[in-house]
Ligand binder design. Structure first.
Ligand SMILES: Cc1ncc(COP(=O)(O)O)c(C=O)c1O
Length: 390
């Protein structure tokens, strides 16, 4: 009789055996001494137990259709030149552009790095606001390029006039303008008219990277995607991700959409390290509008409910269009964050200079209940201010 044990049963059995024996893998049993810190299983258990509202993830993960598609792709996990569901062509068709306008990345984080390397390699400057998503700034610093960080306006919106003026003033040294729309961590959009004003207001040979990671959550009709600028042949790169609405942050898939000559330049810096499963999952995601609509509605309903509760307690929240929002606690964020962690809830890190604002990602209904329960212990209700928005 053959002793065939499926890999899943084997892994499950090994974990169960360790559990029965009260042993932690890594505590000598596996023959290796581990560095100080939690053993992997303990680490995973601790992680799993938290309400994870710190990284703007989708708490539901991929839809059933996506999981099914990814499961059929396991058979390619031992191959190189496997059928990939025509992911690049499918994405291109989704946007009405050509495959030559798409560059895949292992998450849009890779796309942002690739854009940074491509356009800042000669020690040029990148211009954008602070606080924002900092990957491009990190790339710039790593390669000795300069970052010009512009403050947000008093209402926490991005100051487009200042961005135009700064770009013009530094024109000869500017390699890239970065516009995160909507902005992370504020969650606030840049209206389409302002994006146009920016593109029309700066020299047309300055590339503008427009990060639309949270595009799918937006309801505000003043927002529009910037993909049409690519079709116009403008010097625009739009970054998109499957990490947020499609729930695949751990699987890593994102892409840039840009005129073919820019994609060609960027290709030199790309790693091509996208895996077989996520390619098939990505194809399925784009043909699952019901799954997408469900995540959007569930997330936005929970965001609105949570914001309304906080405003009723007298706390100001910024007008987010994303799967997260910022609330002004009036207390140092690091201290507030630790108090939440002690109660099993992970919330956003500090975003200088907004050090008394807390960024909260929208989790499941249960996670949001845990968040509100912790909030009530940490931050007492205040006298409500007018419309609750003050
Ligand atoms: C604005 C923004 N851009 C890009 C990313 C990168 O996401 P990923 O690399 O998972 O696609 C994030 C992740 O939080 C983000 O907030």
């Amino acid at each position: 009789m053959s002793l065939k044990v499926s890999r899943r049963r084997f892994m499950g059995g090994a974990a169960a055996a360790l559990g029965y024996m009260g042993l932690k893998p890594g505590a000598g049993l596996l023959g290796a001494t581990r560095p100080a810190g939690l053993a992997p299983l303990q680490q995973a258990n601790e992680y799993d137990s938290f309400a994870k509202l710190s990284s703007n993830e989708n708490p539901y993960g991929p839809s059933d259709k996506m999981l099914e598609a990814m499961n059929t792709a396991w058979k390619y996990s031992n191959r190189y030149g496997y059928p990939d569901g025509n992911i690049r062509r499918v994405i291109a068709e989704h946007h009405g552009v050509g495959p030559e306008n798409i560059l895949l990345g292992a998450g849009s984080g890779e796309t942002l790095e690739v854009v940074g390397h491509t356009f800042l390699e000669h020690k040029e400057k990148v211009i954008g606001v602070t606080p924002t998503f900092r990957t491009v700034y990190g790339t710039a610093t790593n390669i000795d390029a300069d970052v010009i960080e512009l403050p947000l306006d008093d209402d926490h919106s991005q100051n487009i006039d200042l961005m135009i003026e700064t770009t013009r003033r530094n024109y000869r040294d500017v390699g890239l303008v970065y516009l995160c729309n909507p902005n992370n961590p504020t969650g606030m959009i840049v209206p389409a008219s302002d994006v146009r004003r920016l593109l029309d207001g700066i020299p047309e040979d300055v590339p503008v990277l427009i990060d639309e990671a949270y595009h799918h959550f937006i309801e505000d009709s003043r927002y529009e995607t910037s993909v049409p600028y690519v079709l116009e042949g403008r010097n625009v790169i739009v970054a998109r991700t499957f990490s947020k609405i499609y729930g695949m942050a751990g699987m890593r898939l994102g892409y840039g959409i840009a005129p073919a000559d820019l994609i060609q330049q960027m290709r030199a810096y790309s790693t091509g390290s996208v895996n077989a499963l996520v390619k098939w999952g990505g194809v399925a995601a784009l043909s699952d509008p019901e799954g997408e609509a469900w995540v959007k509605k569930t997330t936005l309903d929970l965001r609105k409910k949570t914001v309304a509760e906080l405003e009723a307690m007298g706390y100001e929240c910024l007008p987010s269009e994303c799967n997260f929002f910022m609330v002004k606690t009036g207390r140092p964020v690091q201290e507030v964050r630790s108090a939440f962690r002690e109660r099993g809830v992970l919330v956003g890190r500090p975003f200088p200079p907004m050090l008394d604002f807390l960024r909260v990602s929208i989790g499941t209904e249960d996670e949001m209940k845990r968040f509100m329960a912790a909030w009530k212990e940490i931050l007492p209700a205040r006298a409500a201010t007018g419309n609750g928005n003050g």
